[in-house]
Design a protein around this ligand. Structure first.
Ligand code: PFF
Length: 461
């Protein structure tokens, strides 16, 4: 890319825009759909405590690294490594990231499509007067159909593509700036509704009382994996967004703000879901079905429930949308900068090919159910590869890159805006990147793979 073109590369136009976009990426289905049920499953506050420790010790340093790499190189996730470490194989890190973006967005779009269907069903009143069994049956039937979930998934992918097509400032930044505050408003209303229900206290206790007996080794590992997924780390999303951040931005502070926003929103989502579930004597152990099977019951039993149901599923769709645009942008920036394809064609190519894979993800929950890998269907296989292999492995490579290749001096120079910002914390961050993060991450992925193989072998008998 010529100097001239590089100078013309558009970026985010304001500090708030940067935070809205990056927090928009971080806050997603991971926070609202997944965090509440895994927290419940692994001992409430006990899990939260470990999760927070990982976020601080590993998540934050890796996020700062991604911002540093992106802003310094002003390139997509793949090109950034080629530019900062020419004639080396570090570009593999970016390549893995683009691959992970593909995998994640294909199944992410499916779940986001469900959220959109639930907005429509809540408006139509489909869940009114239904028993818990009927609502559960609705979800099982809907998600295993061939046509409807695919149409919703495609609708969601079109929304994602349209925003990315409008560009960094006029698309991603502008929509994040509107959607993120809206998300916070909806969330706060729902928290109030939920914690003021009679009997809500039981849920708050369940969520925030530490039960260390439930915090298994498996839970600790889940906490780290989820920290990566939730903060959008390990696949170059924040390298790509970092490349649109201007020279004056305090990257360390931005990373801290994004991390706090992501964590607070996850906790608030827990405070919407768990108190409501307990108030109506339902079980939080519904796992991944908590949001799609249990929650509609809760709404149907509370006064004004249909309105809250519509609000909740709009919230879920918005959260998914500001994340999916960041994932699509990873692929689009790669295609347009590396293969010199126009941005418009890149968006279409990326969105169409990812949707295509996504269709098989959706079908694998119904007609095309079948084992693909270690006993998992296609949907779970993509999820497994993305969460247990690509993201942690990418995160470890990013830490190692800063810790051992790019080095202390250059990283500190970029993060401190060449000495303009006092980085009293830098040594701690650097130590984590060099040793703690890569080692901890490696343990997680090896364990994740080991456990999966183990589970598979026991099913084989
Ligand atoms: N952070 C998003 C969530 O919590 O739902 C998911 C995600 C977005 C993961 C972007 C990875 C990524 F690069």
């Amino acid at each position: 890319m010529s100097e001239l073109k590089e100078n013309k590369r558009t970026g985010f136009s304001s500090k708030f825009g940067v935070i809205a976009a990056a927090a928009g990426s971080a806050v997603g289905l991971g926070n609202i759909w997944k965090f509440p049920y895994i927290t419940g499953q692994y001992g409430g506050a006990a899990f939260l405590f470990v999760y927070l420790a990982f976020i601080l010790a590993i998540g934050l340093p890796v996020m700062m690294s991604e911002f540093v790499i992106g802003r310094k190189a002003k390139r997509n996730a793949f090109g950034a490594f080629r530019k900062l470490a020419p004639k080396s194989v570090w570009f593999v890190t970016g390549f893995l990231g683009v691959g992970a973006a593909y995998l994640i967005l294909s199944f992410y779009g499916v779940v986001a499509g469900w959220a959109m269907d639930y907005v429509a069903e809540s408006v139509k009143g489909t869940f009114v007067g239904k028993t818990p069994q009927e609502i559960s049956a609705y979800f099982n039937h809907f998600s295993s159909q061939s046509l409807n979930p695919v149409l919703w998934q495609l609708a969601f992918m079109v929304l994602t593509a349209v925003i990315v097509l409008m560009g960094i400032q006029k698309g991603i930044e502008r929509y994040s700036k509107v959607l993120m505050p809206l998300l916070v408003v909806l969330l706060v209303i729902l928290v109030f509704r939920s914690v003021t229900l009679p009997g809500a206290m039981k849920g708050i206790e369940f969520f925030l009382n530490p039960d260390f007996s439930k915090l298994t080794w498996d839970g600790v590992l889940n906490a780290l994996g989820h920290a990566f997924f939730s903060l959008s780390l390990g696949m170059g999303t924040l390298i790509t967004y970092g490349s649109y951040i201007d020279k004056k931005n305090n990257l360390g502070k931005t990373a801290l703000q994004v991390t706090i926003a992501d964590t607070v929103i996850a906790i608030l989502a827990g405070l919407v879901i768990l108190p409501a579930v307990f108030a109506f004597d339902l079980k939080p152990g519904a796992g991944a079905g908590l949001v799609f099977k249990t929650l509609p019951n809760v709404f149907m039993q509370m006064p004004g429930g249909s309105i809250f149901s519509v609000m909740f599923f709009i919230l879920l769709t918005i959260a998914a949308l500001t994340s999916s645009i960041s994932i699509l942008e990873v692929v689009v920036a790669f295609l347009s900068e590396e293969l010199k394809i126009s941005r418009r064609v890149s968006v279409v190519l990326a969105a169409v090919s990812i949707s295509f894979v996504g269709i098989f993800c959706s079908l694998s929950l119904g007609d095309m159910d079948g084992e693909v890998f270690l006993g998992m269907n296609f949907f779970d296989t993509l999820d497994f590869f993305a969460a247990n292999i690509f993201l942690p492995f990418g995160g470890a490579l990013i830490s190692l890159f800063i810790g051992w290749k790019y080095g202390y001096k250059k990283a500190k120079a970029e993060l401190s805006n060449h000495g303009k910002i006092n980085l009293w914390y830098f040594d701690a961050i650097y130590f984590s990147l060099k040793y703690i993060a890569p080692i901890a991450i490696m343990i997680v992925s090896v364990y994740g793979i080991y456990e999966q193989v183990q589970k598979y072998l026991t099913t084989l008998g």
